[in-house]
Design a protein. Sequence first.
Length: 74
Amino acid sequence: MNQLGDELHASVGQWRARNQERRGGVVLVWEAQVYGWKNCFRDAVHERPGAYAVDEAGHVFVAEGGDDDNGAKC
């Protein structure tokens, strides 16, 4: 894993440890800071391009396309 992936997983792991009532779902990260949690993925336009979502299994998803005003495309 690369440095970004290591830092991302470490931040998400710390957040999950402090917020154990939020089981499953995805932890949302922007510019290396956790900014939220969702119980499931929703429409990409609700996220900024470049935002990350990390599920409980550690899979990382990236919001891509679109723009900051209209949200991500996918």
